[in-house]
Design a protein. Structure first.
Length: 117
């Protein structure tokens, strides 16, 4: 599967952005979709994930209550709605697809999110 993340940009603290992750292929619903981020000089970290059916989501403590992961299997797209953004949310955001059975991981190119104070 190929992934393409989009929707990043520059936003002021307290603002919102929605990232999208478009996936190729016809088996999108077999993948758990996740979002990760990497700030300059730091390791890539987990942000949130949503299982294949969309019925369950998990979040890093740092984004709980502010970020929401969702998916539309009919459109082969996952989303990351980010609200109440903080300067520390500045990072390159990556989407990830993990096959439900094989646990194979696929990564898309990142999209830059910059939050100004």
């Amino acid at each position: 599967v190929q992934l393409q993340a989009s929707g990043g940009g520059l936003v002021q603290a307290g603002g919102s952005l929605r990232l999208s992750c478009a996936a190729s292929g016809r088996t999108f619903s077999r993948y758990t979709m996740g979002w990760f981020r990497q700030a300059p000089g730091k390791e890539r970290e987990f942000v949130g994930t949503i299982i294949w059916s969309g019925g369950r989501t998990y979040y890093a403590d740092s984004v709980k209550g502010r970020f929401t992961v969702s998916r539309d299997n009919a459109k082969n797209t996952a989303y990351l709605q980010m609200s109440s953004l903080k300067p520390e949310d500045t990072a390159v955001y990556y989407c990830n697809a993990r096959h439900t059975y094989s646990l194979t991981d696929y990564w898309g190119k990142g999209t830059q999110v910059t939050v100004s104070s």
